[in-house]
Design a protein around this ligand. Structure first.
Ligand SMILES: O=P(O)(O)O[C@@H]1[C@@H](OP(=O)(O)O)[C@H](OP(=O)(O)O)[C@H](O)[C@H](OP(=O)(O)O)[C@H]1OP(=O)(O)O
Ligand SMILES: Nc1ncnc2c1ncn2[C@@H]1O[C@H](COP(=O)(O)OP(=O)(O)O)[C@@H](O)[C@H]1O
Ligand SMILES: [Mg+2]
Ligand SMILES: [Mg+2]
Length: 340
């Protein structure tokens, strides 16, 4: 066990997240490296608690943002992982993916982008015969807001233009891209990047689009379903996916994109979903970016997160020492996330 506390990290998480993420195995390993993990009491003002060297958080709402601001005013040297303004960009499925077009990665044989999509804010626009004219069907209808609510994960695979009237705006209509039924989830923890395979929606053939008895199929959080989980499958649409047979994308490519996203988003803790366009084989599409995802599903997450916490503390201490030595450097932008 470490003799000295290297840093105290306060965590402010919803109960479900707390149960899955704050496991004894994480707390013990972190402690052995001098990192103490302490729960933030949501019934008390954050600024009255602590002292904390760092706040790890995934909570929503203006009240929480205000509490973070107050905390930062009172403890300017504390690190907030991550800045709420940076996280907010991921709460809207349009702004979330706009960042992809800002990325510049080294030239390679693989290419990347996002699927073609439009945003519809109201029913009148949705009912306009021109709505969705620029898109090739089927499309996936996604709630515009991605705020962690169950509603924000409710999607629909829409086969025909006529079925659009069953949807409730504001929504994003995104072209469905065949990708072999497997998605790649890329977990980012500071500089650490890990890509895993997960089950996705199966490919849709032209015949399927014509012959399907329903013109709209609803689904939610497909990648979290175990293979035996029941889904509405009257058309025999869902089937077992053979994850093992799917080739991973080149690691250097994934790391390049992850590093680019991390810089552009100014975030340390996120994951993104990538699919490989079945038409090309070397074209990858980013479809979703999530703040502070289910890291506990990443094998060995305790060691990865503990190392990250140590890096954050080390960087903080270095900056404090430099600050003491040079009081002139006071222009540090408090709003910006620390990038370890
Ligand atoms: O709960 P988990 O472990 O399935 O994690 C969810 C993530 O699953 P993943 O790690 O990508 O497989 C999940 O990712 P997806 O959106 O399903 O790709 C979200 O990040 C979800 O958070 P929120 O509901 O969007 O706020 C995450 O939920 P929270 O744990 O943050 O509630
Ligand atoms: N454009 C697309 N083409 C094919 N499948 C998609 C597309 N967009 C989403 N999916 C499938 O739908 C699932 C949920 O969509 P996603 O945007 O990741 O929402 P969530 O935030 O709920 O995870 C993905 O994991 C993937 O299986
Ligand atoms: Mg997703
Ligand atoms: Mg998501």
């Amino acid at each position: 066990m470490a003799e000295k506390t290297f840093g105290v990290i306060g965590y402010a998480l919803a109960p479900k997240k707390q149960n899955s993420f704050i496991r004894n195995s994480l707390v013990t390993l972190a402690k052995s490296r001098g990192i103490e993990l302490v729960r933030v009491d949501s019934d008390k003002p954050l600024a009255d608690q602590g002292p904390f060297d760092c706040i790890l958080h995934k909570l929503y709402g203006d009240d929480w943002k205000r509490q973070l601001q107050e905390f930062k005013t009172r403890f300017p040297n504390a690190v907030i992982l991550d800045a709420p303004e940076a996280i907010e960009r991921l709460h809207n499925r349009i702004s979330m993916l706009q960042v992809v077009s800002e990325l510049r990665v080294l030239e390679r044989t693989e290419t990347f982008g996002i699927p073609k999509q439009i945003v519809i804010y109201d029913k009148a626009t949705l009912m306009d015969p021109q709505a969705g004219e620029s898109l090739k069907f089927p499309v996936i209808a996604k709630p515009l807001v991605a705020d962690g609510s169950a509603k924000s994960h409710k999607m629909a695979l829409v086969f025909t233009r006529d079925a659009l009237d069953k949807l409730k705006p504001p929504i994003v209509l995104q072209e469905f891209v065949n990708h072999g039924g497997v998605i790649f989830k890329v977990y980012v923890v500071g500089e650490h990047v890990r890509c895993v395979k997960r089950k996705s929606l199966p490919d849709v053939s032209e015949e399927k689009t014509v012959g399907v008895s329903e013109d709209l199929l609803s689904f939610s959080q497909v990648s979290n379903l175990a293979n035996h989980d029941s889904v509405n499958d009257s058309d025999g649409y869902y089937q077992l996916m053979h994850l093992d047979e799917t080739e991973m994308p080149p690691n250097a490519f994934v790391v390049d994109i992850a590093s680019g996203l991390r810089r552009a988003l100014k975030l340390n803790l996120f994951n993104f979903d990538v699919i490989r366009d079945a038409r090309y084989g070397n074209r990858y599409l980013i479809i979703d970016i999530n703040y502070f995802p289910g890291y506990a599903k990443m094998p060995g997450y305790e060691a990865v997160l503990t190392q990250f916490f140590c890096d954050v503390m080390f960087k903080k201490q270095q900056e404090e020492q430099q600050g003491e030595g040079c009081a002139l450097v006071s222009t540090k932008n408090n709003e910006e996330s620390l990038q370890v």
